[in-house]
Design a binder for this molecule. Structure first.
Ligand code: B1M
Length: 208
Protein backbone atom coordinates (compact mmCIF):
# COMPACT_ATOMS: atom_id res chain seq x y z
CA UNK A 1 0.00 0.00 0.00
CA UNK A 2 1.26 3.50 -0.74
CA UNK A 3 0.18 6.97 0.38
CA UNK A 4 -2.52 7.07 -2.31
CA UNK A 5 -4.07 3.87 -0.91
CA UNK A 6 -4.11 5.31 2.62
CA UNK A 7 -5.68 8.50 1.24
CA UNK A 8 -8.35 6.44 -0.55
CA UNK A 9 -8.99 4.25 2.52
CA UNK A 10 -9.68 7.35 4.65
CA UNK A 11 -12.18 8.58 2.05
CA UNK A 12 -13.75 5.09 1.99
CA UNK A 13 -13.88 5.12 5.81
CA UNK A 14 -11.97 1.84 5.99
CA UNK A 15 -10.12 2.06 9.31
CA UNK A 16 -8.53 -1.39 8.98
CA UNK A 17 -7.00 -0.52 5.62
CA UNK A 18 -5.86 2.86 6.93
CA UNK A 19 -4.05 1.18 9.81
CA UNK A 20 -2.47 -1.43 7.54
CA UNK A 21 -1.34 1.31 5.15
CA UNK A 22 0.07 3.50 7.88
CA UNK A 23 1.99 0.58 9.41
CA UNK A 24 3.42 -0.37 6.03
CA UNK A 25 4.41 3.21 5.21
CA UNK A 26 6.17 3.58 8.56
CA UNK A 27 7.97 0.26 8.04
CA UNK A 28 9.13 1.50 4.63
CA UNK A 29 10.61 4.54 6.36
CA UNK A 30 8.10 7.15 5.21
CA UNK A 31 8.20 10.12 7.59
CA UNK A 32 5.18 10.35 9.89
CA UNK A 33 4.48 13.95 8.96
CA UNK A 34 4.46 13.03 5.25
CA UNK A 35 1.87 10.32 5.94
CA UNK A 36 -0.11 12.81 8.00
CA UNK A 37 -0.08 15.65 5.47
CA UNK A 38 -0.18 13.80 2.16
CA UNK A 39 -2.52 10.96 3.07
CA UNK A 40 -4.60 11.64 6.21
CA UNK A 41 -5.09 15.42 6.12
CA UNK A 42 -5.30 15.52 2.30
CA UNK A 43 -8.05 12.89 2.45
CA UNK A 44 -10.05 14.87 5.01
CA UNK A 45 -9.82 17.91 2.72
CA UNK A 46 -11.28 15.82 -0.09
CA UNK A 47 -14.02 14.54 2.25
CA UNK A 48 -14.88 18.16 3.10
CA UNK A 49 -14.98 19.04 -0.60
CA UNK A 50 -17.32 16.13 -1.37
CA UNK A 51 -19.55 17.16 1.54
CA UNK A 52 -19.72 20.70 0.16
CA UNK A 53 -20.63 19.34 -3.25
CA UNK A 54 -23.43 17.19 -1.82
CA UNK A 55 -21.71 13.94 -2.71
CA UNK A 56 -20.99 13.03 0.93
CA UNK A 57 -23.28 13.43 3.93
CA UNK A 58 -22.57 13.53 7.68
CA UNK A 59 -22.33 9.70 8.10
CA UNK A 60 -19.63 9.44 5.39
CA UNK A 61 -17.79 12.38 6.97
CA UNK A 62 -17.97 10.70 10.39
CA UNK A 63 -16.78 7.31 9.14
CA UNK A 64 -13.88 8.98 7.31
CA UNK A 65 -12.99 10.92 10.48
CA UNK A 66 -12.92 7.68 12.49
CA UNK A 67 -10.69 6.04 9.89
CA UNK A 68 -8.38 9.05 10.00
CA UNK A 69 -8.21 8.98 13.80
CA UNK A 70 -7.25 5.30 13.73
CA UNK A 71 -4.29 6.17 11.49
CA UNK A 72 -3.42 9.16 13.62
CA UNK A 73 -3.21 6.97 16.72
CA UNK A 74 -0.48 4.92 15.05
CA UNK A 75 1.44 8.07 14.06
CA UNK A 76 1.29 9.60 17.53
CA UNK A 77 4.59 8.20 18.88
CA UNK A 78 6.39 9.36 15.74
CA UNK A 79 4.86 12.82 15.59
CA UNK A 80 5.63 13.93 19.06
CA UNK A 81 8.89 15.81 19.37
CA UNK A 82 11.48 14.74 21.89
CA UNK A 83 13.86 17.09 23.57
CA UNK A 84 13.87 19.56 26.36
CA UNK A 85 10.77 19.71 28.49
CA UNK A 86 8.97 23.02 28.25
CA UNK A 87 7.57 24.15 31.54
CA UNK A 88 4.00 25.01 30.71
CA UNK A 89 0.44 23.97 31.28
CA UNK A 90 -2.06 24.18 28.44
CA UNK A 91 -5.82 23.60 28.64
CA UNK A 92 -7.23 22.96 25.18
CA UNK A 93 -10.73 22.36 23.88
CA UNK A 94 -13.10 22.77 20.97
CA UNK A 95 -15.44 25.66 21.65
CA UNK A 96 -19.10 25.45 22.63
CA UNK A 97 -21.38 24.10 19.92
CA UNK A 98 -18.54 22.53 17.96
CA UNK A 99 -17.88 18.78 17.86
CA UNK A 100 -14.86 18.67 15.55
CA UNK A 101 -11.91 17.26 17.44
CA UNK A 102 -9.35 15.84 15.03
CA UNK A 103 -7.35 19.07 14.69
CA UNK A 104 -7.62 19.82 18.41
CA UNK A 105 -6.40 16.29 19.23
CA UNK A 106 -3.47 16.72 16.89
CA UNK A 107 -2.49 20.02 18.50
CA UNK A 108 -2.84 18.47 22.00
CA UNK A 109 -0.72 15.52 20.93
CA UNK A 110 2.07 17.70 19.55
CA UNK A 111 2.05 19.97 22.62
CA UNK A 112 2.28 16.94 24.88
CA UNK A 113 5.14 15.59 22.83
CA UNK A 114 6.93 18.91 23.17
CA UNK A 115 6.77 18.58 26.94
CA UNK A 116 3.74 20.67 27.81
CA UNK A 117 1.32 19.44 30.42
CA UNK A 118 -1.93 19.27 28.48
CA UNK A 119 -5.43 19.24 29.90
CA UNK A 120 -7.82 18.19 27.14
CA UNK A 121 -11.22 19.70 27.87
CA UNK A 122 -12.85 17.87 24.96
CA UNK A 123 -15.42 19.26 22.54
CA UNK A 124 -18.43 21.56 22.96
CA UNK A 125 -16.59 23.29 25.80
CA UNK A 126 -18.53 25.90 27.69
CA UNK A 127 -16.65 29.19 28.33
CA UNK A 128 -16.92 28.54 32.09
CA UNK A 129 -15.03 25.28 31.70
CA UNK A 130 -12.12 27.21 30.15
CA UNK A 131 -12.39 29.68 33.04
CA UNK A 132 -12.18 26.81 35.55
CA UNK A 133 -9.07 25.45 33.81
CA UNK A 134 -7.45 28.89 34.03
CA UNK A 135 -8.36 29.11 37.72
CA UNK A 136 -6.74 25.71 38.21
CA UNK A 137 -3.43 26.91 36.80
CA UNK A 138 -3.46 26.60 33.01
CA UNK A 139 -1.01 29.15 31.62
CA UNK A 140 -2.33 28.87 28.08
CA UNK A 141 -5.94 28.44 27.05
CA UNK A 142 -6.14 26.84 23.60
CA UNK A 143 -9.36 27.03 21.64
CA UNK A 144 -10.23 25.26 18.41
CA UNK A 145 -13.22 25.95 16.14
CA UNK A 146 -14.09 24.44 12.78
CA UNK A 147 -17.40 26.15 12.15
CA UNK A 148 -17.94 29.77 11.23
CA UNK A 149 -21.00 29.60 13.47
CA UNK A 150 -19.00 28.60 16.57
CA UNK A 151 -16.00 30.92 16.16
CA UNK A 152 -17.82 33.60 18.11
CA UNK A 153 -17.62 31.36 21.18
CA UNK A 154 -13.90 32.10 21.21
CA UNK A 155 -14.76 35.72 21.86
CA UNK A 156 -17.36 34.68 24.46
CA UNK A 157 -14.70 32.64 26.23
CA UNK A 158 -12.28 35.59 26.20
CA UNK A 159 -15.06 37.70 27.70
CA UNK A 160 -15.70 35.07 30.39
CA UNK A 161 -11.98 35.05 31.27
CA UNK A 162 -12.07 38.84 31.49
CA UNK A 163 -15.16 38.80 33.71
CA UNK A 164 -13.52 36.26 36.01
CA UNK A 165 -10.50 38.58 36.31
CA UNK A 166 -8.20 36.01 34.71
CA UNK A 167 -7.46 37.53 31.33
CA UNK A 168 -4.13 39.05 32.39
CA UNK A 169 -3.01 35.78 33.96
CA UNK A 170 -3.42 33.51 30.95
CA UNK A 171 -2.35 33.52 27.32
CA UNK A 172 -4.97 32.58 24.77
CA UNK A 173 -4.11 30.75 21.55
CA UNK A 174 -6.71 29.95 18.91
CA UNK A 175 -6.86 27.90 15.72
CA UNK A 176 -9.03 25.87 13.37
CA UNK A 177 -9.85 25.99 9.67
CA UNK A 178 -12.01 29.16 9.61
CA UNK A 179 -9.84 31.04 12.13
CA UNK A 180 -7.25 33.59 10.97
CA UNK A 181 -4.57 35.76 12.45
CA UNK A 182 -6.73 38.80 11.75
CA UNK A 183 -9.63 37.21 13.66
CA UNK A 184 -7.33 36.49 16.61
CA UNK A 185 -6.31 40.14 16.70
CA UNK A 186 -9.92 41.29 16.28
CA UNK A 187 -11.16 39.37 19.32
CA UNK A 188 -8.06 40.07 21.43
CA UNK A 189 -6.55 36.59 21.56
CA UNK A 190 -2.79 36.49 22.16
CA UNK A 191 -1.97 34.22 19.24
CA UNK A 192 -3.21 32.26 16.27
CA UNK A 193 -1.58 29.09 14.96
CA UNK A 194 -2.45 27.66 11.55
CA UNK A 195 -1.37 24.08 12.30
CA UNK A 196 -0.20 21.74 15.02
CA UNK A 197 3.53 22.27 14.69
CA UNK A 198 3.25 26.04 14.66
CA UNK A 199 0.96 25.71 17.70
CA UNK A 200 3.93 24.21 19.58
CA UNK A 201 6.26 27.04 18.47
CA UNK A 202 3.61 29.62 19.36
CA UNK A 203 2.97 28.10 22.80
CA UNK A 204 6.70 28.24 23.55
CA UNK A 205 6.84 31.89 22.45
CA UNK A 206 3.81 32.77 24.56
CA UNK A 207 5.52 31.50 27.70
CA UNK A 208 9.02 32.76 26.96
CO1 B1M B 1 -17.82 18.98 9.76
N1 B1M B 1 -17.73 20.66 8.77
N2 B1M B 1 -19.66 19.39 10.26
N3 B1M B 1 -17.78 17.23 10.54
N4 B1M B 1 -16.14 18.69 8.85
C1 B1M B 1 -16.36 21.01 8.18
C2 B1M B 1 -15.56 21.84 9.18
C3 B1M B 1 -16.80 21.84 6.89
C4 B1M B 1 -15.75 22.88 6.44
C5 B1M B 1 -17.18 20.85 5.76
C6 B1M B 1 -17.56 21.57 4.49
O1 B1M B 1 -18.68 22.06 4.37
N5 B1M B 1 -16.65 21.64 3.54
C7 B1M B 1 -18.15 22.50 7.39
C8 B1M B 1 -18.03 23.86 8.08
C9 B1M B 1 -18.54 24.99 7.22
C10 B1M B 1 -18.38 26.30 7.91
O2 B1M B 1 -18.65 26.48 9.06
N6 B1M B 1 -17.91 27.24 7.15
C11 B1M B 1 -18.66 21.42 8.34
C12 B1M B 1 -20.03 21.28 8.73
C13 B1M B 1 -21.01 22.20 8.03
C14 B1M B 1 -20.46 20.34 9.69
C15 B1M B 1 -21.89 20.13 10.24
C16 B1M B 1 -22.67 21.42 10.53
C17 B1M B 1 -22.61 19.23 9.23
C18 B1M B 1 -24.09 18.98 9.54
O3 B1M B 1 -24.41 18.40 10.53
N7 B1M B 1 -24.91 19.43 8.64
C19 B1M B 1 -21.62 19.32 11.53
C20 B1M B 1 -21.41 20.21 12.76
C21 B1M B 1 -21.36 19.41 14.03
C22 B1M B 1 -20.89 20.28 15.17
O4 B1M B 1 -19.70 20.46 15.34
N8 B1M B 1 -21.82 20.83 15.92
C23 B1M B 1 -20.33 18.63 11.16
C24 B1M B 1 -19.97 17.38 11.65
C25 B1M B 1 -18.81 16.72 11.33
C26 B1M B 1 -18.51 15.29 11.78
C27 B1M B 1 -18.95 14.98 13.21
C28 B1M B 1 -19.21 14.35 10.84
C29 B1M B 1 -16.95 15.21 11.52
C30 B1M B 1 -16.10 15.55 12.76
C31 B1M B 1 -15.56 14.32 13.46
C32 B1M B 1 -14.53 14.69 14.50
O5 B1M B 1 -13.88 15.73 14.49
N9 B1M B 1 -14.38 13.77 15.43
C33 B1M B 1 -16.73 16.34 10.50
C34 B1M B 1 -15.57 16.47 9.69
C35 B1M B 1 -14.61 15.31 9.72
C36 B1M B 1 -15.32 17.61 8.89
C37 B1M B 1 -14.16 17.87 7.88
C38 B1M B 1 -14.45 16.99 6.66
C39 B1M B 1 -12.76 17.57 8.35
C40 B1M B 1 -12.30 18.33 9.62
C41 B1M B 1 -10.95 17.77 10.05
O6 B1M B 1 -10.90 16.92 10.92
N10 B1M B 1 -9.85 18.19 9.38
C42 B1M B 1 -14.31 19.42 7.62
C43 B1M B 1 -13.88 19.84 6.22
C44 B1M B 1 -12.44 20.34 6.19
O7 B1M B 1 -11.92 20.87 7.17
N11 B1M B 1 -11.83 20.21 5.06
C45 B1M B 1 -15.68 19.70 8.10
C46 B1M B 1 -8.50 17.67 9.60
C47 B1M B 1 -7.84 18.41 10.79
C48 B1M B 1 -6.44 17.86 11.02
O8 B1M B 1 -7.72 19.78 10.42
O9 B1M B 1 -9.36 20.54 12.19
O10 B1M B 1 -8.44 22.18 10.46
P1 B1M B 1 -8.26 20.99 11.33
O11 B1M B 1 -7.03 21.27 12.33
C49 B1M B 1 -5.78 21.77 11.92
C50 B1M B 1 -5.69 23.31 11.93
O12 B1M B 1 -6.89 23.95 11.70
C51 B1M B 1 -5.05 23.62 13.24
O13 B1M B 1 -4.19 22.52 13.46
C52 B1M B 1 -4.80 21.32 12.99
C53 B1M B 1 -3.72 20.40 12.52
O14 B1M B 1 -2.92 20.96 11.51
N12 B1M B 1 -5.85 23.78 14.45
C54 B1M B 1 -5.36 24.50 15.51
C55 B1M B 1 -7.04 23.29 14.81
N13 B1M B 1 -7.36 23.65 16.04
C56 B1M B 1 -6.34 24.39 16.52
C57 B1M B 1 -6.14 25.02 17.76
C58 B1M B 1 -4.94 25.74 17.96
C59 B1M B 1 -4.00 25.85 16.94
C60 B1M B 1 -4.18 25.22 15.71
O15 B1M B 1 -4.64 26.34 19.10
C61 B1M B 1 -5.39 26.10 20.25
Amino acid sequence: MDLKDIYQSVIDGDATQVQTGVKEALEKGTAADVILQQALIAAMEEVGKRFEEGEFFVPEMLIAARAMQSGLALLKPYLVEGGIKAAGKVAIGTVKGDLHDIGKNLVAMMLEGAGFEVQDLGVDVDPQKFVKAAQEGAQIIGMSALLTTTMSNMQNTLQALQTAGLRERVKVMIGGAPVTDAYARQIGADAYAPDASSAVRTARQLLS
